[in-house]
Design a binder for this molecule. Structure first.
Ligand code: ADP
Ligand code: LRH
Length: 480
C-alpha cells in the first residue's frame, strides 16, 4: 500500500487528507479540515495564509502521529492569487485576495495605457477575462503601490508560496500559472508584452514547470517528507480526477466556483471562443481545460453565512418550495463578486432595473439555483458550438455534488444526463498526480480508471420542466 498527503485548499475550506492506493483502488482519509474565508486587513480583503500554513502543519502532524509511511505531500489551491517576495524571501504587503476591490476598473486602464485590445490579450493567452486575473492585480499594484517595485524579487503563486514555506524551495507550477493571463497559451512561457503592460518585471517570474515532480523536502523534527509539485490549481487537480470518458462528456467542478468545460489536446482561441470568453487553462500532460467560470456556490455560501441557522437541507427545502424561474439574474455580474450582503445584492440587482425582485429568502435561494443552472446550460451550448461536440453527459465533481437538489436541477435545465462523483475531486487529483510523480501510477488515463472504479457514481436523468424555454430566452436577454 502506498500513501501520500494531499493538501487541498478551496476558497471555503482547507483539508489535509491521506490518499491510499491499494489493490488498484484509491481511498481518501480526512485528517484535518479547517474553514477558509477572506479576512479584512485594513481596507483589503485578504487570505490568512499564515493561519492556513499553521493548519497545514497541524494536519501533517496528525498524519505523522499515526506512523503511516508517506511517499510525498502536495498542495493545490485556488488560482490567480500570488505573494510578492523581497530578496530576503519576506513577503511585501498583505496576502490580498482576488475578491478585493483593488482591480476595479483596472482591466480598462491596462488596455488604454498600453494601447492593447481585448483580442490582443486573448490571442496571446487564451485566458478568459476575469477582473481579478493576476495581470490586473499586478497592474493595480503598479499603479497603487509603485514604491514597492524596487524591493520585489520574486512572484510566487499561492501554492508555490506554501511549498516554499514548507521546503524553502522557490518554484513555479504551470497549471496555476496559466490562470494569471500572463502566459503564452501555446508556448506556455511568460509573455514579455503583457509583463510590461502590467508594469511587472520578467525577473520576478520563475519558469512555469509542468506538474508532478518532487521539488524539495519538508523537514519537521526527525520527519522528512518529499514535497511534490502537483497540478497546483485546484480546478486542474479536480479535472485530473474527473473520469472523463469518450469525447462527449463535459464536466462541472462544483464548489465555491462552478467551472464548466471540457478537456482538450489543443486550445480554442478563435473569434467565437473569444466572444464567449471561454478560457484555455493549463492541465496535466500539457492538456487544456477549455472552460468558463460561473459564480458558483459562493452565492449559496454567502446567503447561508447571513442566515447561520440554515442547514444545507433547509436551503434545498426552501428552493423546492419557491416558484421556479420567477426571478432570474446574471449570476456572473460583478455585483455578486463580494457584496457586503448577498441577500441585499440580489434584491438590489432587480431594484436597479426597476423590476420586482425576490421577496423572501426562499425566493432569493430559488433565484440563485435557477440562475446558476441557466448559466450552465448557456455555457454548454457555447462549448458545443465552439468545439463542434454534442454532449451526452455532464459529470459533476466537487463539494457541490452533495447538493442533490442542484444535481437534478442541472439535469433538468441543461437537458443532459448528469453523473456525479468524486466529491473530493481536487484532493483526489492531487493524490493521483503524486502517484504519477512517484511512478506508482503510469498515466492520467490509468489514474482516472482507478478513480472511477473507486467511486460510487450517481446518475440524474433529465426531466421535462415547465417554463424552461421562456426562462432560457429571458436569460439570453439579461446576459446580452
Ligand atoms: P471549495 O473547494 O471551493 O472550497 P467545495 O468543493 O468544498 O468548495 O464545495 C463547497 C460547496 O459545496 C459549499 O459551498 C456548498 O454549497 C456545497 N456543499 C458542501 N456540503 C454540502 C452538503 N452537505 N449539502 C449540500 N451542499 C453542500
Ligand atoms: C476555484 C478557482 C477557479 C479560479 C478561482 C480564482 O477554486 O481556482 O478555478 O478561477 O478559484
Amino acid at each position: 500500500m502506498k500513501a501520500v498527503i494531499a493538501i487541498d485548499l478551496g476558497a471555503s475550506s482547507g483539508r489535509v487528507m491521506v490518499g491510499y492506493l491499494k489493490d488498484k483502488k484509491i481511498e481518501l482519509e480526512e485528517f484535518h479540515r479547517f474553514k477558509n474565508q477572506q479576512v479584512m486587513r485594513g481596507k483589503e480583503s485578504c487570505w490568512d495564509l499564515d493561519s492556513i500554513l499553521t493548519e497545514i502543519k497541524t494536519g501533517i502532524d496528525k498524519v505523522n502521529a499515526t506512523g503511516i509511511e508517506i511517499t510525498s505531500l502536495g498542495i493545490d489551491t485556488w488560482g490567480v492569487d500570488f505573494v510578492l517576495l523581497d530578496k530576503e524571501g519576506n513577503n511585501l504587503g498583505e496576502y490580498v485576495s482576488y475578491r478585493d476591490t483593488r482591480t476595479e476598473g483596472v482591466m480598462d486602464k491596462l488596455l488604454t495605457d498600453n494601447q492593447l485590445s481585448l483580442t490582443d490579450v486573448y490571442k496571446i493567452t487564451g485566458i478568459q477575462f476575469l477582473t481579478f486575473n493576476t495581470l490586473y492585480q499586478l497592474k493595480a499594484i503598479a499603479d497603487q503601490q509603485p514604491a514597492w517595485f524596487a524591493d520585489i524579487d520574486t512572484l510566487l503563486f499561492v501554492p508555490d508560496y506554501l511549498n516554499y514555506k514548507l521546503s524553502g524551495v522557490k518554484h513555479c507550477e504551470y497549471t496555476n500559472a496559466s490562470t494569471s493571463q500572463l502566459l503564452n497559451c501555446q508556448e506556455k512561457t511568460w509573455n514579455q508584452q503583457l509583463i510590461d503592460a502590467c508594469g511587472a518585471k520578467k525577473e520576478w517570474f520563475l519558469p512555469a514547470e509542468m506538474p508532478n515532480r518532487i521539488i524539495g523536502q519538508y523537514r519537521h523534527g526527525d520527519i522528512e517528507i518529499p514535497v511534490c509539485s502537483v497540478a497546483s490549481h485546484d480546478t486542474a487537480s479536480a479535472v485530473a480526477a474527473t473520469p472523463i470518458s469518450g469525447n462527449n462528456m463535459a464536466y462541472l467542478s462544483s464548489g465555491t466556483w462552478s467551472l464548466l468545460g471540457i478537456e482538450s489536446e489543443q486550445p480554442y482561441t478563435g473569434e467565437q471562443a473569444y466572444q464567449y470568453n471561454l478560457t484555455n487553462e493549463g492541465g496535466v500532460d500539457g492538456r487544456y481545460r477549455v472552460l468558463k467560470n460561473i459564480m458558483g456556490l459562493w452565492l449559496i455560501q454567502r446567503v447561508k453565512a447571513e442566515n447561520p441557522s440554515l442547514e444545507f437541507s433547509d436551503i434545498a427545502m426552501l428552493a423546492r418550495h419557491a416558484e421556479p424561474f420567477k426571478y432570474i439574474v446574471n449570476p456572473n455580474d460583478n455585483d455578486f463578486l463580494n457584496p457586503s450582503s448577498m441577500t441585499a445584492a440580489f434584491k438590489e440587482w432587480f431594484n436597479k432595473r426597476e423590476l420586482t425582485g425576490p421577496q423572501n429568502l426562499s425566493e432569493v435561494i430559488r433565484c440563485i439555483y435557477d440562475s446558476l443552472t441557466l448559466a450552465y446550460a448557456d455555457v454548454l451550448t457555447q462549448l458545443a458550438e465552439v468545439t463542434g461536440k454534442q454532449f451526452d453527459e455532464l459529470r459533476i465533481v466537487g463539494g457541490g455534488t452533495q447538493d442533490q437538489f442542484l444535481n437534478q436541477l442541472v439535469a433538468d435545465v441543461c437537458q443532459i444526463m448528469v453523473s456525479t462523483e468524486p466529491t473530493e475531486a481536487s484532493a483526489l487529483g492531487n493524490v493521483v498526480n503524486q502517484f504519477i510523480a512517484s511512478d506508482v501510477i503510469t498515466s492520467l488515463g490509468e489514474a482516472r480508471q482507478i478513480i472511477d472504479a473507486s467511486s460510487e457514481v450517481k446518475y440524474f436523468t433529465p426531466r421535462q420542466i415547465d417554463g424552461l424555454e421562456q426562462a432560457k430566452s429571458l436569460y439570453q436577454q439579461i446576459t446580452k
